[in-house]
Design a protein. Structure first.
Length: 380
């Protein structure tokens, strides 16, 4: 009987010791994952500070093209400061982040963008995910913030923080998320660990915030009410020539109805010449054919147009006839192109054309490059 009791005690002790060892192993593994995540945040903070050292401004969350479409996100913009110069040199920052020429660059999972222990490494569409979000009070849309004049933050406003869920692709332009709710309150909040989350700050340090942090602490870290972005310098989005990393902001200054029916296509005017004639124009809307649009207005009334966006139009012989008189045209965006001899002849007559954009396949791009050797051909 005594021997049986002794065996039972030994078995219980063995189970207790095993349980404690396993718990220690899990704790050690979680601590290692936390340290790895802290290192990721430090790398992101260092990239931000190196960017600021080079440009004297913090990067924007994203830049918008002249038609208010977001280009690349803040992480993509910082890749040259994260030992990824090769990636940066291959990215086309003048195009949308999701365009065919950029798509493959964002399909990889980047080590410093993921939180160790999280299995969601890829977004449902195949993009590489990130488990971090940035501070919308520091990373602004089409604007940059001066680090030296950040007011009332004292270096405590956060740059990036860990997310509890609802992850985004790491190249996503809208990567900012408000820190307004308690940590780990739901999948849209910051969090990820059982009892808190890590944040990297403007001073380069990484700080832990637990689930029970007071509202005042959260507001201090996020910059809500403290005018973190007090010294905002408006920057420009990519210009008409669509050259990499050049920026120029366009605003709609006039709008006309291209067709009389309600909801018909519209003409947006972004800039004018010194004598008041449109210089940068977009024909926007959905229509049955090119002849439905008042394209004769281009050569007849607006011969000095330099930028023309026809994103919903296919260029055929009919459209080429209206575009041919635009000898000052420098940038042309169309949807697709039927490269007939008549269209090729028209393109050759556009002697000022510097950039042609559209949904072109590689064969069309090669043909266009042969026809327009001095023109930049961009496949969207």
């Amino acid at each position: 009987m005594a021997t049986r009791n002794q065996r039972l005690v030994i078995a219980i002790c063995f189970c207790v010791v095993s349980f404690l060892v396993i718990m220690q192993m899990f704790a050690a593994r979680e601590n290692a994952r936390k340290m790895a995540s802290q290192n990721n945040l430090k790398q992101l903070a260092l990239a931000v500070l190196n960017y600021e050292s080079a440009y004297r401004k913090l990067p924007a969350e994203t830049y918008l093209n002249p038609w208010k479409q977001p280009l690349h996100g803040v992480i993509g913009r910082m890749m040259s400061f994260m030992e990824s110069s090769d990636w940066y040199s291959r990215a086309e920052f003048s195009l949308l982040w999701s365009s065919p020429l950029n798509h493959y660059l964002y399909c990889d999972s980047i080590p410093w963008c993921v939180r160790p222990g999280c299995d969601e490494l890829y977004e449902s569409a195949g993009w590489g995910s990130t488990h971090y979000a940035c501070n919308p009070n520091v990373f602004l849309i089409n604007q940059e913030v001066s680090l030296s004049k950040v007011s009332q933050g004292g270096g405590q406003s956060f740059l990036f923080g860990e997310l509890a869920g609802n992850y985004r692709p790491w190249g996503y332009p809208w990567l900012a998320r408000e820190l307004r709710w308690p940590i780990n309150s739901d999948k849209s909040s910051y969090g990820g660990w059982t009892n808190g989350a890590y944040f990297c700050l403007l001073n380069g340090k990484v700080q832990w915030m637990n689930n029970a942090c007071a509202k005042e602490v959260i507001e201090s870290l996020s910059g809500n009410g403290s005018e973190v972005a007090d010294d905002r310098t408006e920057t420009e989005s990519p210009n008409f020539h669509f050259h990499r990393q050049t920026r120029y902001e366009l605003s709609i200054i006039a709008e006309e109805t291209a067709l009389p029916q309600k909801g018909g296509p519209r003409i947006y005017i972004f800039s004018r010449t010194s004598d008041g004639k449109p210089e940068a124009v977009e024909f926007s809307g959905v229509f049955a054919s090119n002849t439905d649009f008042e394209f004769d207005k281009l050569g007849r009334e607006w011969p000095e147009i330099k930028v023309l966006r026809l994103a919903n139009c296919d260029m055929d012989e009919e459209l080429a006839k209206w575009i041919e008189p635009l000898h000052h045209l420098e940038v042309l965006q169309i949807r697709r192109l039927k490269l007939t001899p008549e269209v090729a002849t028209t393109l050759r007559k556009l002697v000022s054309l510097k950039t042609l954009l559209g949904q072109f396949d590689q064969a069309i791009v090669r043909d266009l490059q042969a026809i327009l050797p001095a023109c930049e051909i961009l496949a969207l």
